[in-house]
Ligand binder design. Structure first.
Ligand SMILES: NC(=O)c1ccc[n+]([C@@H]2O[C@H](COP(=O)([O-])OP(=O)(O)OC[C@H]3O[C@@H](n4cnc5c(N)ncnc54)[C@H](OP(=O)(O)O)[C@@H]3O)[C@@H](O)[C@H]2O)c1
Length: 215
C-alpha cells in the first residue's frame, strides 16, 4: 500500500498534514485513538494493523518515552517503514528534567533505526505564545500579561487542577525559554519552506479576523 502513516492525526499538526498530503493525492493513513485506523501508544496491539504496509511515519511522540523505541522497531519490521519524520521541539537538548522526554527519545530512536529520518524542532506553537500586546491590538481587546514567578505559576496550575507532573513539565519548558535557548530567530522557515516567514503582527491580524481571540 505504501501509505504514509500519520500519528496524532486529529491533533494540531497531524490534521493539517493529513489535509496537505491528501491535496497532493498521496496515500495517507491518519491514526490516533479516535481515528478510523486506531493507534494507541499504550496499546501495542494497535500498532501492527496501523503500520502494516506503511512506508513512512509522521511520529508525534507520547510524553511517556517507554513505548517509543519498541514502536519504531516494530514499524521498521512490519511496514516496513523506510522513513520517519519526528515532531520534536526547539531547545530539547537543553532541557533538564522530564519535560520533552518523549520527543528526545523519539529523536534517538529514529536516528538509530536504520531508516531515513527527519526531526522537526519547531518553537512554541501559537496557542501558547504570549505576545499579548500584539494579539490584543489585533483582536481589539486589552489582554494583560501578568508575570508570575515559577513557584507562583506552579501553585496556580495545581490550584486549577493541573497534575503536579504536568505543572513541573511546564515549568521546565518555560525555564528553557527563560534561559534563552529558543530566542534567536533562525533562517529555517525560509530554508525548509522556500518562502519568507510572515511577521507575527500579520499572523495575529489574520488570526483575529478568523476569530481566534473572540470572547
Ligand atoms: N505546542 C507547542 O508549542 C509545541 C512546540 C513544539 C513541539 N510540540 C510537540 O508537539 C506534540 C503535539 O503535537 P500536536 O500539537 O500536533 O498534537 P495535539 O494537538 O497535542 O494532539 C495530540 C494528538 O495525539 C493523539 N494522541 C493523544 N494521546 C494518544 C495516545 N495515547 N496514543 C495515540 N495517539 C494519541 C491525539 O488524538 P486522540 O485523542 O484521538 O488519540 C491527537 O491526535 C508534542 O510532542 C509537543 O511536545 C508542541
Amino acid at each position: 500500500m505504501d501509505d504514509i502513516l500519520v500519528l496524532g492525526a486529529t491533533g494540531k499538526t497531524g490534521r493539517r498534514l493529513v489535509r496537505l498530503l491528501r491535496e497532493r493525492d498521496l496515500p495517507v493513513r491518519p491514526a490516533s485513538r479516535s481515528s478510523a485506523v486506531r493507534f494507541d501508544w499504550s496499546g501495542p496491539q494497535t500498532w501492527e494493523p496501523a503500520t502494516k504496509g506503511a512506508r513512512a511515519v509522521y511520529l508525534v511522540a507520547p510524553d511517556d518515552p517507554a513505548p517509543i523505541a519498541g514502536f519504531v522497531d516494530q514499524a521498521r519490521r512490519n511496514g516496513p517503514v523506510e522513513r520517519f519524520v519526528v515532531l520534536s521541539g526547539r531547545g530539547i537538548e537543553h532541557v533538564e528534567g522530564d519535560f520533552g522526554a518523549g520527543m528526545a527519545t523519539a529523536e534517538r530512536a529514529v536516528a538509530a533505526s536504520g531508516a531515513e529520518w527527519t526531526v522537526l524542532r519547531p518553537n512554541e506553537f501559537a496557542q501558547n505564545f504570549d505576545a499579548v500586546e500584539i494579539m490584543g491590538r489585533a483582536a481589539g481587546r486589552t489582554i494583560e500579561y501578568v508575570e508570575l514567578t515559577p513557584a507562583a505559576y506552579r501553585a496556580e496550575l495545581i490550584a486549577e487542577g493541573c497534575p503536579e507532573a504536568v505543572a513541573d513539565a511546564l515549568g521546565e519548558m518555560f525555564a528553557l525559554h527563560r534561559a534563552g535557548h529558543t530566542v534567536e530567530p533562525t533562517g529555517d522557515v525560509r530554508r525548509v519552506l522556500g518562502r519568507e516567514p510572515i511577521a507575527f503582527a500579520d499572523y495575529a491580524a489574520r488570526a483575529a479576523t478568523a476569530g481566534a481571540w473572540s470572547v
